[in-house]
Design a protein around this ligand. Structure first.
Ligand SMILES: Cc1ncc(COP(=O)(O)O)c(C=O)c1O
Length: 361
């Protein structure tokens, strides 16, 4: 027998939201299936991104620009940083194992909140380091307790803000107070996958933090409001020294040619982002009220999904919805066996979801 490395036994593979094709095949469903399982943009990508890909399709035979020159230049200009502050990846999630491999070794530890986006936990399991998961307070990350959990051997802290799967945030004041207790040799990762959906003025201003501190890595993605989850494109923003360390673990050509041209074009389409935000805001208001009317507990959300608690094992609800062609996401592995994470869709999709929840499931 060929023996795999022992550390693999620590890893429970990430289970993404189920693809439409798979559910259709398995349940032999006809009619439209809607996917509210992976927090994608129900409007799809910007037409400018589509046009850019069509234009460059013929270049499929050529390797992409390994340095993402144009994409980096444009993003750097938009964020007010230099291209050396940026690392692009095959989805932002690709940067998490780069960070754990770069900074965690034997005898080290990493701190996060219980029920943080699971990929960080998996990436820590790629290394011999210990993961310290700090209990939440009222569904939110408890930054005070997380600061107190930092030990001498802690090298990384991970905070997804807003958090997936609760949609809660940590505030600027909490983050300021937190940093008073974080040593400068601990890298704090803020995963801001849902930043474009934020309205709350208490949300931390990353650029202000970034100007004052070197031990910060911000993660962003084109998978959410930019509607490009299928292409895979995300990036990190950090001090050039951190970016250089992470980039040593990057596999050549990790960002394909189409992601680069579509991402660059999408950045020109502010109207598409505004539209995505408006559809999400309207859906958020409608669903918050509809969940309330149905007597379901839904956490107020800062993102494009709701955490909905059914007060009982949510698996049968998930299956009943799936039988009606609506794919949602169980979140038992995050410690919430009674809840589902349900993305905000188009007006029509949201109405169909509420009709289904209102019928006997
Ligand atoms: C907090 C968080 N970070 C990262 C991701 C994945 O982003 P990407 O598609 O860029 O890998 C997700 C996706 O659901 C997420 O919820």
């Amino acid at each position: 027998m060929i023996k795999a490395n022992a550390f693999l036994s620590r890893i429970s593979p990430y289970k993404p939201g189920r693809p439409i094709e798979e559910v259709a095949r398995e349940l032999k469903l006809r009619g439209e299936i809607i996917k509210l399982a992976s927090n994608e943009n129900p409007l799809g990508p910007s037409p400018l991104a589509l046009r850019a890909i069509r234009r460059f399709l013929k270049d499929m035979s050529l390797y992409p620009d390994d340095n993402c020159y144009y994409l980096k230049k444009k993003m750097a200009g938009l964020l007010g940083v230099t291209p050396e502050n940026l690392l692009f990846a095959n989805g932002s999630v690709e940067i998490l194992p780069m960070a754990t491999h770069a900074y965690l070794g034997p005898g080290d530890s990493a701190v996060t909140g219980a029920g943080a986006f699971l990929w960080f936990k998996i990436a820590v399991c790629h290394t011999p380091a210990e993961l310290i998961e700090v209990p939440r307070k009222d569904f939110r990350f408890d930054l005070r307790a997380m600061a107190a959990a930092i030990r001498k051997n802690t090298r990384l802290v991970y905070i997804d803000n807003p958090n997936n799967p609760t949609g809660t945030i940590v505030t600027r004041d909490e983050v300021e107070e937190f940093f008073r207790h974080v040593p400068e040799d601990v890298l704090v990762i803020f995963d801001e996958a849902y930043i474009e959906y934020i309205d709350d003025p208490a949300f931390p201003d990353w650029s202000d933090l970034f100007r004052r501190r070197k031990n910060i890595l911000i993660l962003r993605t084109f998978s959410k409001i930019y509607g490009m989850a299928g292409l895979r494109l995300g990036f990190g923003v950090a001090d050039p020294e951190i970016i250089d360390s992470l980039a040593k673990l990057r596999i050549s050509f990790n960002v394909n040619r189409f992601s680069q041209v579509a991402g660059t074009a999408a950045l020109d389409d502010a109207a598409h982002v505004r539209k995505g935000k408006a559809v999400n805001d309207a859906g958020k208001a409608y669903l918050a009220e509809a969940y309330r009317r149905l007597g379901l507990f839904a956490l107020p959300t800062h993102a494009n999904f709701f955490f909905v608690d059914f007060g009982r094992d949510s698996r049968p609800v998930f299956e009943a919805l799936q039988g009606k062609g609506i794919i949602t996401r169980t979140i038992k592995e995050y410690g919430f066996p009674n809840a589902l994470r349900i993305s905000i869709g188009t007006e029509e999709q949201n109405r169909r979801l509420i009709r289904a929840l209102g019928s006997r499931l």
